[in-house]
Design a protein around this ligand. Sequence first.
Ligand code: F6P
Length: 192
Amino acid sequence: PRSIFFSRHGESQYNVEGKLGGDSLLSPRGMEYSKALPALIKENIGDQPLTVWTSTLRRTIQTGENLQYTKLTWKSLDELDAGVCDGMTYEEIEHAYPDDFANRDEDKFNYRYRGGESYRDVVLRLEPVIMELERQENILIIGHQAILRCLYAYFHYLPQEDLPYIKIPLHTVIKLTPRAYGCEEERYPLPI
Ligand code: F6P
């Protein structure tokens, strides 16, 4: 059976600073992850073919740069657009837009950032990615937290209201193996 691997990009400079969005590069720890990824994948699939999908953002491309497989970048895999809050920390957002901050907490799936997106918007723009994913063989998606939550929820049939809270940790590869009913799952955390 074919496998779908999900990984967030390695820790980025913005992750270290607690900032949302942006297009920062990897931190030194993130670089370590990018170096460790090829061995983990190889151990898992051996010589089977694999295609790597990234977003157009530098932190996902950098995370995949040591992998010797065919790669494809998808604009639709870019992180949820936080609009006017892009580049801010949660603390800064709470201070600058207290009502928005509370509204997001109230209904995280439907909350749309000013000038940006909601999780609902992201689910819609991921539709073509999911269509293609359904037709493919082994794929590794190097993505972002919100994006991988949406894809993960799709393959595990999780409800919308739970989707924005799914735990997709950094430096962990999640392997899904589609079966007749639902997906089998394994997680490979790397101690980085
Ligand atoms: O903090 C990393 C990040 O990928 C941000 O770029 C993004 O806005 C956020 O996570 C999404 O997570 P949440 O919806 O829980 O704020």
